[in-house]
Unconditional design. Structure first.
Length: 695
């Protein structure tokens, strides 16, 4: 081998001092630029530079670190992507123990807490409390020296935890270096690592698609993600951190109010909970609790209670501790969202589209603030994944307003006489054949409207507010009408006689008359509502409106080809196929003919010009509660202006219309840096285009 050629074993050439100096300065600049961009994006929700610029700077920094390994620092933004896997976590001793909090379960516990605090302080005046949501995550301690994150640890038993520094470095909202120029030489920040609801849903959805075990709740998902020896896995999970207290501090004096310390943490680059407030006395605590209890389901993250702390640090010191818990703080808990109970039986329900869903019949249990005796088991795949049997002890979860779910079997409590769950061989209602479509987890009854269950559900849907809007035709009446064989198809509704209706249970003469008037009134509708009411699979309110605006005339729509259908906004190949097969079915054609013959009608629609469709090509999402109009009304306005209305936020979304209590969609839109219109801004947009929402 020629001596001119560098050998693999040669030392790397020493960089020229001048080049190294230049690189050092640039690396420092890139650290600052990337740290600020990261803070703006993940903490302030207000991106300061385009993603592409961030990526360019990130690449430049990585290249410099490869070229000059001496410049690769632990607090480099490139270290957020994860490092080499560990063999095990090292133990860490907390110099200031990480304590736990006393709990309050009922209103009176809070009054008692406030009284205990006041009595000890002999204060006279009402006590000021700092309050904030108690995030359902994992408590961690972050140690900064000279403003640089040098160690992160779990709480463990409060005295000893595990060193999870590599994993914590991957959490984007944790500063690797504190912002600002002045920070204590030693600072320990404590708080909660948690997984936002939207990230949890996405993670579990992926797990289900890959036939992997889903996490029971966001807390377990956060814990599982932090417990990874391979920090690249942690980096792939979207975790967040919210700080809530101070641990060790050396060489600096911090503010004398807890709320001020939090504000200082914010200036150093941490997320401070946006719901944090300071209130006065037990009454202030109660009203904060009530407000947050209402807001709980709409928050982007799960909380299991509220923490109240005496705001004044001097008073905290006066109060001190009692057996491992501070006397100056308390966690007021919300009703638990998970409980254990027994699975007594599994029944199979048939829905509007024939989907057969296993429903768990449970020993009644109080969970999430209500008594639950039924929970969904989704489908047979889910039953297999859970490994559940009748007689098992199961964990039920009811988070927010969603249907309670069976999330886990407690195998240790399994008795000997549990029974296997068998899927019915035929429809449990009409005994028709059942079929499982390839690639779908759902098994369906093939009976169509012959099946009483499907008929009931189809008619309930037909009569519902967003469909034909038949006031007074509630579920119980539909069930009686079908059971009494008074209606077999939608059009039969328009043939109902007073004598038939008035003899139904719970319907007097007056209600029967009113019902017949509502049925008559429903005949005049819109094409979109009519299409939605037919219950074509995959055709929701938004798609029905798109179909109406595109085809204008039902005679054109029923003859549309696949190519013509996929030219409609938001109609993809799957939806197009569903529409084609619906209109190809002779039975459905006669249902439509029958309804039109009964007098169902809608006004003709004129094709709008381009000027009347100024939002063409833009996709909007509407979320939260709008105070001046319904969400469907808002969607209708947008579609009328040519916009597409989608149900979920993605990079393709142009803007989000966010009403009150907007939850995870708002969070995601903020994450993506999308335009967000509150209700006033939306009303302004409408009025710019000549729409007055009050008309
Ligand atoms: O576990 C906790 C959750 C939230 C806390 C806490 C907190 O403040 C919002 N604060 C302290 C002081 C402790 N645990 C010990």
């Amino acid at each position: 081998m020629s001596h001119d050629q560098p050998s693999l074993f040669d030392e790397l050439p020493t960089p020229k001092a001048e080049d190294l100096k230049k690189a050092t300065i640039r690396v420092q600049q890139l650290h600052d630029l990337l740290n600020h961009a990261n803070h703006a994006y993940y903490v302030l929700d207000d991106p300061s530079i385009p993603d592409a610029e961030y990526d360019r700077m990130f690449r430049e920094l990585s290249e410099l670190e490869t070229l000059y390994p001496v410049l690769l620092a632990n607090d480099s933004p490139t270290q957020r992507v994860g490092a080499a896997p560990l063999a095990k976590f090292e133990q860490v001793t907390h110099e200031v123990p990480m304590l736990s909090l006393d709990n309050a379960f009922v209103d009176e516990d809070m009054v008692d807490f406030d009284r205990r605090v006041s009595d000890r302080l002999v204060a006279g005046a009402e006590i000021e409390y700092a309050c904030e949501p108690k995030l359902d995550g994992i408590a961690v301690s972050l140690l900064y020296e000279g403003g640089v994150l040098i160690r992160a640890a779990t709480r463990g038993d409060g005295s000893t935890g595990e060193n999870i520094t590599q994993n914590i470095r991957t959490v984007a909202s944790i500063p690797l270096k504190l912002l600002g120029d002045v920070h204590p030489p030693v600072l320990e920040v404590r708080g909660e690592v948690y997984m936002p609801k939207s990230s949890f849903d996405a993670l579990n959805e992926k797990a289900r698609l890959n036939d992997e075990k889903a996490f029971v709740n966001p807390r377990n998902a956060a814990a599982g993600s932090l417990r990874q020896l391979d920090s690249k896995i942690t980096a792939s999970r979207r975790l967040e951190f919210c700080c809530y207290s101070l641990g060790r501090v050396e060489g600096a004096v911090l503010p004398e109010q807890h709320s001020e310390i939090l504000a200082q943490f914010g200036r150093w680059g941490f997320i401070i909970n946006a719901e944090s407030r300071v209130v006065l006395g037990a009454a202030g605590c109660q009203s904060y609790y009530d407000k947050l209890a209402e807001k709980r389901n709409y928050l982007a993250y799960e909380i299991d209670g509220i923490v109240f702390k005496v705001n004044d640090i001097g008073r905290q010191q006066q109060l001190g501790f009692i057996s491992r818990a501070p006397r100056w703080a308390i966690a007021r808990k919300f009703p638990a969202q998970e409980e254990m109970t027994i699975l007594d039986d599994v029944e199979f329900q048939v829905g509007r589209t024939g989907a057969i869903t296993p429903v768990a019949r449970l020993k009644p249990v109080f969970v999430g603030g209500v008594t639950v005796s039924n929970a969904t088991l989704h489908n047979m795949d889910e039953i297999k994944r859970l490994g559940v049997r009748v007689g098992d002890t199961v964990i039920i979860r009811r988070a927010g307003d969603v249907i309670p779910k069976v999330v886990k079997v407690v195998l240790e409590k399994r008795p000997e006489d549990t029974c296997d769950i068998q899927f019915p061989k035929c429809c449990p209602v009409c005994e028709s054949r059942v079929e499982r479509v390839e690639d779908e987890a759902i098994t369906r009854c093939t009976g169509g409207l012959f099946c009483g269950a499907q008929r009931k559900e189809a008619i309930k849907h037909f009569a519902s507010r967003k469909a034909m809007d038949i006031d007074g035709l509630g579920d119980k009446i539909v069930e009686q009408l079908v059971d009494e064989n008074l209606i077999k198809s939608f059009a039969d509704l328009y043939l109902l006689k007073f004598d038939e209706v008035s003899k139904l249970e719970r319907l007097g003469e007056k209600s029967a008359k009113n019902l017949l008037t509502s049925i008559e009134d429903s005949k005049t509708t819109t094409l979109a509502k009519f299409l939605y009411s037919l219950g074509i699979r995959e055709v929701g309110v938004a798609t029905a409106l798109n179909l109406q605006n595109h085809f204008l005339d039902i005679r054109v729509l029923v003859k549309a080809s696949f190519e013509e259908l996929i030219a409609v906004d938001d109609v993809g190949p799957i939806v197009a196929k569903r529409i084609l097969s619906f209109f190809a079915e002779p039975h459905n054609q006669s249902v439509i003919d029958g309804l039109i013959k009964s007098g169902v009608n809608w006004p003709n629609i004129e094709k709008k010009s381009q000027e009347q469709m100024p939002l063409t090509g833009k996709t909007y999402v509407v979320t939260g509660t709008l105070l001046h109009m319904g969400r469907d009304q808002a969607k209708g306005y947008l579609q009328g202006l040519g916009a597409k209305v989608a149900s979920s936020v993605s990079a393709k979304t142009h803007a989000l219309v966010a009403g009150e209590k907007a939850g995870s969609k708002l969070q995601k839109a903020q994450d993506l840096g999308l335009e967000i219109l509150d209700e006033n801004a939306f009303i302004e947009l409408l009025s710019q285009h000549g729409i007055n929402h009050e008309n």
